[in-house]
Every structure is written in structure tokens, then in C-alpha cells.
Design a protein around this ligand. Structure first.
Ligand SMILES: C[S@@+](CC[C@H](N)C(=O)[O-])C[C@H]1O[C@@H](n2cnc3c(N)ncnc32)[C@H](O)[C@@H]1O
Length: 277
């Protein structure tokens, strides 16, 4: 059985903050004065990066009084984006201690620490009270979680009645899964992909309602083609988080993922649903 320490180990390199500062310097950005925009190529650690976070934010109704939960918050790009865009509070939880530490340092540099905080912990046993959050989202996380029923059940527990959940993630496609390594797993032992239909059924079984699922394969393929053109022109690609986190392995991971998208072996999906009021 895969241990949570194996998952965190996959994402832990030990010198992430220093490498991020070096990458910002290389971009011509003062690493002590980053912004949501200058961090976006690195701190939005999911396919299509900031493009997806913005797309999702467009579909949400969030007030400054709302407290949101970011499950598997990484180094905090989506949480800082939501807090900045909506003026709301966001709490992130992530298994990987190094990501939480980097997330806190970046949040302090942006002066957002009053409204954005991060806890190291497991999404399957969150240290949060019942019914505390107005909304929750999770971006490219469930692929690391074997027990989807426990995952959905725990999110349902911490949402207020009427609260929303948005999942943006990679599902198993008809082509039967990717080659490994991928950005989320070195081997199939820590990758737990399910089909879009299984996702819908699991959310329904956990008590969620108004489930709307959208496949975003066309968008992923178009983004991949745009990024390739930029690299061919000698520019940096728009999404550099995989390169930042995984270094030398990133090229193989990106190639495996691109091939799997093209063959529909994996499908990017976005799911909105609600805990009944
Ligand atoms: C691909 S990264 C996505 C990070 C972030 N959601 C983003 O989009 O920038 C996947 C994240 O899920 C976290 N994760 C995986 N399994 C988890 C679990 N059981 N509980 C909490 N976090 C988990 C990992 O530590 C990692 O930070």
C-alpha cells in the first residue's frame, strides 16, 4: 500500500524556495517582491496553470465574508489568487511539509498572511470543524488519493450546508492511463485515476448534489500546442511548475502527460457540485 510519506516524498526536493527565487531572478523579477502574476508560472501547479484557476474563479460566487478551503494547496498559488480576487479568506491543507513552508513564505511576501493560511495534513483527516467552509476546491490532487469515498466524505463534512465543491483534476480516459513518471506520481503505485463516471458516482454517494462535470481535453491540447510554439520561438513556456518542482525529470513527465492527453489515456475534468442546504 502507498504511504502518504511516499506521496509527500515525490513532491519534496528540499531546496524549492531557493530554486523558485533563482527562477524569478532569471525572469527579471525581484524575488523578494513577487506578485500573483509573476509567481503564476510556478505556483499554479496543475495543468494549464493560472488559465484554469481563472476559468474556475469565473464560475464561482464568493463574497469577502466567505472562508474557502483549498485541499492539496501546493505552494499556494490558487489560494492567493482566490483571496486576492474575491477578498475572501482561504485555508489550504497539504501533505507536503516543504510545500506548506514555501506557501507561507510566499504568502507573507505578498502581505496576504491575514487572509491565507496553510496547514500540513492529510485531506482524509482534516483538522477542521464540521460545516465551517462556504466553499472548497481541489486542483490536481485526487490522483494521489486511493480512498475517494473518504476524500469526498471528509470534504462534505467540513462544508457548510449549501456549500460548493469544485474539483479540477485528471481522470482515467478510455485509452487506459499514462506512462510513468507523471508530475503527480513516479510510478502507478501512487496514482489512483478513476473515470469521469466513477467521479460523479462517488460524489453522489458522498451526498453531493447538482453535480456538473466538464471534460477540458480540447483546452489542454490547445494549451500544449501554444506552449510548444513558445518554446520553439525560444520563449519560456507559460507553465513552469513541473520543471520547478521536478527538475531533470520534468521533461519525461511532461512528454508522458502530453502523449496520454493526445491518446485520451487521461482526461482533464472540472466538476462542480454542492452539499445540499
Ligand atoms: C499537483 S500538486 C497540486 C497543488 C495545488 N493544488 C496547485 O494546483 O497548485 C498535488 C498536491 O496534492 C498534495 N496531496 C496529495 N495527496 C494529498 C493528501 N492525501 N492530503 C493533502 N494533500 C495531498 C500534494 O502534496 C501536492 O501538493
Amino acid at each position: 500500500m502507498t504511504k502518504t510519506s511516499d506521496i509527500a516524498g515525490h513532491y519534496t526536493k528540499g531546496d524549492l524556495f531557493d530554486r523558485l527565487q533563482a527562477a524569478l531572478r532569471d525572469d527579471g523579477v525581484d524575488p523578494d517582491k513577487p506578485s500573483v502574476a509573476t509567481l503564476a508560472p510556478y505556483d499554479q501547479f496543475h495543468g494549464r496553470g493560472l488559465e484554469v484557476t481563472e476559468e474556475i474563479a469565473e464560475t464561482l460566487t464568493v463574497t469577502p465574508e466567505d472562508h474557502l478551503l483549498d485541499i492539496g494547496s501546493g505552494i499556494g498559488g490558487p489560494a492567493r489568487y482566490m483571496a486576492t480576487r474575491f477578498g475572501c479568506r482561504v485555508t489550504g491543507i497539504d501533505l507536503t511539509e516543504e510545500f506548506c513552508a514555501v506557501a507561507r513564505r510566499l504568502t507573507a511576501l505578498l502581505g496576504l498572511e491575514e487572509r491565507v493560511d496553510f496547514h500540513q495534513g492529510n485531506a482524509l483527516a482534516m483538522p477542521f470543524a464540521d460545516a465551517g467552509f462556504a466553499g472548497a476546491y481541489s486542483m490536481n490532487v485526487s490522483m494521489n488519493i486511493a480512498d475517494k469515498a473518504a476524500f469526498y466524505g471528509e470534504i462534505h463534512r467540513v462544508l457548510k450546508p449549501g456549500g460548493w465543491l469544485m474539483l479540477s483534476e485528471i481522470a482515467l480516459g478510455p485509452g487506459g492511463g499514462p506512462d510513468y513518471p507523471t508530475p503527480w506520481a513516479a510510478t502507478p503505485a501512487s496514482s489512483f485515476l478513476v473515470t469521469p463516471q466513477q467521479t460523479e458516482e462517488g460524489l453522489q454517494a458522498a451526498g453531493f448534489a447538482d453535480i456538473r462535470l466538464r471534460e477540458t481535453r480540447e483546452e489542454a491540447l490547445a494549451f500544449g500546442a501554444r506552449a510548444k510554439e513558445m518554446v520553439e520561438r525560444g520563449e519560456k513556456p507559460p507553465h513552469r511548475a513541473v520543471q520547478l518542482v521536478h527538475g531533470a525529470e520534468a521533461a519525461t513527465m511532461a512528454a508522458n502527460t502530453a502523449r496520454a492527453f493526445a491518446a485520451a489515456a487521461i482526461l482533464p475534468i472540472e466538476v462542480h457540485c454542492r452539499k445540499p442546504a
